[in-house]
Design a protein around this ligand. Structure first.
Ligand SMILES: NC(=O)c1ccc[n+]([C@@H]2O[C@H](COP(=O)([O-])OP(=O)(O)OC[C@H]3O[C@@H](n4cnc5c(N)ncnc54)[C@H](OP(=O)(O)O)[C@@H]3O)[C@@H](O)[C@H]2O)c1
Length: 287
């Protein structure tokens, strides 16, 4: 039995689709709200109620599970969520946990997603469980969160200057996750997952213009403008700080590396940004 967590999210939905495509059997998804799990049942998989905030729900969900995907939501409780799951997995006799981490994960990094994932990676590695770590770069899908604003203003506002990042499509992360959950040979491996090319936001804007037939440009902003805008839009302080840390990594060029892990492990060609832009052109046009 394979257990998927985060199954209703951006990556998890694609993992469900990919496992179905690979013909995987005996798949269970942990969901907070079983009413939102129709697509899981339609894939021929089982949905079980569970919540990282209620650790007592994790043990029953893990009963009979051999391999699990540990995918937690982006919150400052990441380490607590991951610790509870790792403890429950070890207690349930799970053999192998595949953890969705993040590029640059480092327990010694300043407070933020990189630190929380680095600390969680260390917990998993010292748990006695077999492990695989997936460290994806910035998701292309993050841009969908700004699609309304991009459509209405014709602009992308980011505080990263001319720096480049090798954005990855969540579908490609899912391809790798599904392979590591269904094949042997990935235990003890850390895979850094990237898209096929590193792009600046100038290039992203040009590709979105091409896909939408509209003029979209990139407006570099200062870190101070980013903070004021994010707080003004209602984002909580912890998230603004965590995003600032990610912006620093991006602006310093540390997210520009390109790896072949999607092709090698996921056995698929990494999705170019042009394709992503075409697939989501309607959203970037505000339709
Ligand atoms: N975005 C990026 O650029 C990026 C880059 C590298 C790494 N990451 C990492 O990727 C992860 C997020 O992946 P994603 O964007 O695919 O996720 P997502 O779309 O934010 O979805 C989060 C998932 O977690 C579930 N969830 C939320 N709270 C829960 C709880 N208390 N108990 C159980 N499940 C809960 C959600 O279920 P509901 O439907 O019930 O809400 C949903 O399925 C984070 O760990 C983040 O640090 C992101």
């Amino acid at each position: 039995m394979i257990l998927i967590t985060g199954a209703t999210g951006t990556t998890g939905r694609e993992v469900v689709a990919e496992l179905r495509r690979l013909g995987a059997r005996d798949v269970r998804a942990l969901v907070r709200d079983p009413a939102r799990a129709d697509f899981i049942r339609e894939a021929g998989f089982e949905a079980v109620a569970g919540d990282f905030e209620k650790p007592e729900t994790l043990g029953p969900a893990l009963e009979g599970v051999e391999r699990a995907l540990l995918l937690t939501p982006p919150t400052p409780d990441t380490v607590t969520h991951q610790r509870e799951f790792i403890l429950a997995a070890a207690a349930a006799g799970v053999r192998h946990v595949v953890k969705l981490s993040a590029v640059g994960a480092d327990a010694d990094a300043p407070e933020g997603f990189g630190k929380w994932h680095g600390q969680s990676e260390n917990l998993l590695k010292s748990s006695g469980l077999k492990w695989t770590i997936l460290r994806p770069n910035f998701f292309m899908q993050n841009l969908l969160g700004q699609a309304g604003q991009i459509a209405s203003t014709g602009s992308i506002f980011q505080p990263v200057g001319d720096a480049r990042a090798s954005f990855i499509d969540a579908r490609d992360i899912a391809a790798v996750a599904a392979r590591t959950l269904t094949e042997d040979g990935h235990e003890g491996q850390t895979y850094v997952l990237t898209g096929p090319e590193a792009l600046s936001y100038h290039e992203v804007a040009a590709k979105l213009s091409e896909a939408t037939g509209r003029s979209i440009n990139y407006v570099p902003i200062s870190p101070e403008q980013f903070r004021a805008g994010a707080l003004g839009a209602g984002l909580p302080e912890w998230l603004v700080s965590a995003l600032e840390r990610l912006n620093e990594i991006f602006a310093a060029g540390h997210a520009a590396g390109v790896t072949d892990a999607v092709r090698r492990v996921g056995q698929t060609e990494p999705t170019p940004f042009d394709q992503f832009a075409r697939d989501h052109a309607a959203a970037f046009k505000g339709e």
